[in-house]
Design a protein. Sequence first.
Length: 409
Amino acid sequence: MGLNDTPSGERIHIGFFGRRNAGKSSVVNAVTGQELAVVSDTKGTTTDPVSKAMELLPLGPVMIIDTPGFDDKGHLGELRVRKTKQILNRTDIAVLVIDSTQGVKQCEEELLAIFKEKEIPYLLVYNKEDILSEEQKNLLRTEQSEQVNSICVSALEKKHINELKEKLARLVKTDSQKLQLVGDLVHPADLVVLVIPIDKAAPKGRLILPQQQVIRDVLEADGAAICVKEYELRELLDTIGKRPAMVITDSQVFAKVSADVPEEIPLTSFSILMARYKGFLEEAVLGAAAIDRLKDGDRILISEGCTHHRQCDDIGSVKIPRWLKNYTGKKLTIETSSGREFPEDLSPFSLVIHCGGCMLNEREMKYRMKCAKDQNIPFTNYGTAIAYMQGILERSIGIFPYLLEELKR
């Protein structure tokens, strides 16, 4: 991802669903103005989800996802349907493409039920309007009169596609409604110090996504951001000439940074800010207490939202397991997951420790957290767990007084 690209976790995820041969891929191509998906009269041409990051006016940065037919048959069909259901966990807007010559059948009813269960905003798109008879059009108007979010289109003739995009835009949460990463905590002329280790795990030639986003957020709030490595932090604070409004650190060096930063200066981490941004910080704070209840033989899931080559001292597979062992003194079984793979059955685990989720959108992070909550499995994240084990959790969430009250109950 380049510095000027919108990360996938910040894009509106629009999933196109429906039966085989309803014209999903044709509608996707018409909406995007690209030959994104292969189109054929043969049922089941789309065998795997196809994703494309792009700018789609008037919505802005989006992730378009074309899914296999939900009525696919056989063993492979079942796997494709399961993959489609996984896509729903990160879908911000669902587009249900219906063959208007056949209308709503059991397959569409099942999908609608899932949309409603998961509280996903959706739009019904009746495709193939161009081949309807007048009688069929009248029947369709009657059916549509009972549906709030629906539209008739012809993907073949590109008819009513602009109206479809306008309807999609009205289903999207506006930027003014979205929580900021740190901008709402910064005032004009505030100085924010960012502690960024440059070690083996740091990507070559660039900063990781949460660091980039925090810098941008501070600048948009009319503040100033200074970046420093952990070993230069103390000297910087002694010579800077102005008390920082806040210090934000990479969680891996939490203990050292906490020792170097005076108590009167607020301190937190990129991971904790990301957990708040993605909507699960309260659960992460409360879930961290489960670390004290771990017993010999307990299984811990450490999950990352992205896939990357693990370094020799990787935080998820090496550092956090080491800190858990040292803190608890217990013999624990550590399992890891990465990318889109996240087990729905969490019952074997005593605790889930998740990354900040910068590469996942808010809906998918909340889904993962809800999976744990529904199964009574404590759920926390990297930064919160590290701060807890290093005895500085109260300090690291001090900028959120309501969370301190929750923690003390």
